[in-house]
Design a protein around this ligand. Structure first.
Ligand code: SF4
Length: 512
């Protein structure tokens, strides 16, 4: 079903003319609405989404409504309301004067689901890149691509160990009750799950939380209840295999094992682990959320959004759990960016440096611009003080001694050289100095050298464009995620990036 907004409508022209300056982006979307879905995008949307119900709506119109929804940052219900009552929305959607919204909430939800299943959010973002190309402002044969990321707070409720375990038990009870077609209260009573007998987990436990002894006993009792629940389930379920029961039990086991360990001083009793497990599940309502760090001291919970920018346009986006290393996004971002031109240069933060893709790019002659890793080495000589000759496989130290590079290991200078060395106090506290040579040391050497030069530092400052685009995307998408799960939030990021690109295209066209 093709979208056929009016062409040359005098009424639309009148409404568009009257729009206030603050609504000029609506006017731009109105002007560009046909062009946006050309280039095969509308056909892809039609192939993926079958309109149904009493109000069949063309998928291209739903895609435009999806963009407008993110532009305003509103719910599905308010999106339907805006399509019915806001003249700016009606202008863009081509339904001026309509008494009813051309779509319902269900259509929006189904359409987003289809976009995710068929990766159409990527196609929408790609189409905005095509529009940017058509402005003819930049060359797209070879690209200078910049990557950057920012925190995206998750919308799931973050819970402590007590609540996580209690709520995971509640889930098991719910799915087991459904599988056996019995009331949850039967399981709670028979397995003596006192933790599930009050309005909240903490109310059911009801201890003085400052009393360590009481906490120890409460934890022991909580684990006993977990075991009774598992035993009750396996006895009653027998051979019944139910996927939702299996998943709920796995989650329960996971939250117990990630947060609780035997207390070495507790006579075999349990204690809550100190510190945070590497991949700790922090929310049952959004199990993909993780703890992440904004800096050494500031933590956040949720995801990280990553973008790739070329010619001031966002060409790729990725969303990863907050604990994922920066470099895990490098591959997906570069794969998407390369669809728009050959990557000739890459501007990155050091976090992306660890990606194995960088060695391959560097080997192909792609220029990598990044600050090198800093190794402080407690005031002793850093790698910078040594001359590393990869061709001859030799390292020369500040005193002129040499050592042969050990592949994939530590290269050590001889004890003979170091023991007689006048600079030893500035070099090492051991009997001899050792250095590790990174598999991608050739690139790291270049980065360290470039940072020493005025031109090299000036080049690094060019990353500022991606920082501005990331700030713009953050202003559109917001600080907190709208959805649960990385993939849904990726859709939200991609439509935010598409909007940021459309803003930039509007600016470029105005300047033409
Ligand atoms: S301590 Fe060893 S490696 Fe360091 S400068 Fe002296 S000789 Fe060279």
């Amino acid at each position: 079903m093709h979208w056929k907004p009016p062409v040359g409508s005098a009424r639309e022209e009148r409404v568009a003319k009257k729009l206030r300056p603050s609504s000029k982006f609506y006017r731009f979307l109105w002007e560009v609405r046909r062009e946006l879905f050309e280039g095969g995008l509308e056909e892809k949307l039609i192939a993926a989404y079958e309109p149904r119900g009493q109000k069949p709506c063309p998928p291209a119109m739903l895609a435009m409504a999806t963009l407008l929804q993110r532009y305003e940052g509103i719910s599905d219900a308010d999106t339907v309301d805006a399509a019915e009552n806001d003249r700016r929305w009606q202008l863009v959607l081509g339904v001026l004067g309509a008494e009813e919204s051309p779509f319902g909430q269900g259509s929006l939800v189904r359409f987003r689901q289809r976009m995710i299943e068929k990766d159409l959010d990527r196609a929408l973002l790609d189409r905005t890149v095509d529009l940017a190309k058509s402005t003819g402002k930049f060359g797209w044969k070879t690209l200078r691509v910049a990557l950057d990321s920012s925190p995206l707070e998750g919308s799931g409720r973050v819970e402590d160990t007590w609540n996580l375990v209690g709520r995971a038990m509640g889930r098991v009870v719910a799915v087991v009750a459904a599988a056996l077609d019995i009331d949850e209260s039967v399981i709670i009573a028979e397995a003596r799950l006192r933790v599930l007998t009050a309005d909240s987990i903490k109310a059911a436990i009801d201890i003085d939380w400052d009393d360590e002894g009481a906490k120890f006993e409460a934890l022991r009792e909580l684990l006993a209840q977990v075991e009774r629940l598992e035993a009750w389930g396996s006895k009653r379920l027998g051979k019944l295999s139910d996927e939702s029961v299996r998943r709920a039990l796995t989650t329960l086991r996971r939250v117990v094992s990630q947060d609780i360990e035997p207390d070495p001083g507790g006579g075999g009793g349990p204690r809550i682990k100190t510190g945070v497990a590497e991949d700790r599940l922090i929310s049952l309502s959004d199990p993909e959320m993780r703890h992440g760090r904004k800096s050494k001291t500031k933590r956040f919970n949720g995801y990280k959004r990553h973008i790739a920018v070329a010619n001031g346009i966002i060409v790729a986006a990725a969303v990863l759990p907050a604990n994922a290393r920066e470099h895990e996004a490098t591959g997906p971002l570069l794969d998407d960016a390369q669809a728009h031109g050959e990557v000739a240069a890459l501007d990155i933060d050091r976090g992306y440096l660890a990606s194995p893709r960088l060695a391959e790019l560097h080997g192909r002659g792609v220029v990598i611009n990044s600050r090198p890793w800093v190794v402080a080495n407690d005031g002793l000589y850093t790698k910078n003080a040594f001359r590393i000759d990869l061709r001859r496989r030799l390292i020369t130290c500040p005193s002129g001694a040499t050592a042969r590079i050990v592949p994939n290991g530590k290269t050590s200078f001889s004890e003979h050289d170091c023991s007689a060395c006048e600079r030893r106090a500035s070099c090492t506290t051991s009997r001899r100095r050792s250095l590790s040579v990174h598999p991608n040391e050739g690139l790291l050497i270049k980065l360290r050298r470039r940072k020493q030069t005025h031109a090299g530092r000036a080049n690094l400052r060019k990353r500022v464009v991606v920082e501005h685009r990331l700030a713009h995307v953050g202003a559109i998408q917001g600080r907190r995620s709208k959805y649960r799960g990385a993939r849904k939030n990726l859709l939200d990021l991609r439509r935010s990036a598409a909007l940021a690109n459309l803003h930039e295209i509007a600016r470029l066209r105005l300047a033409a």
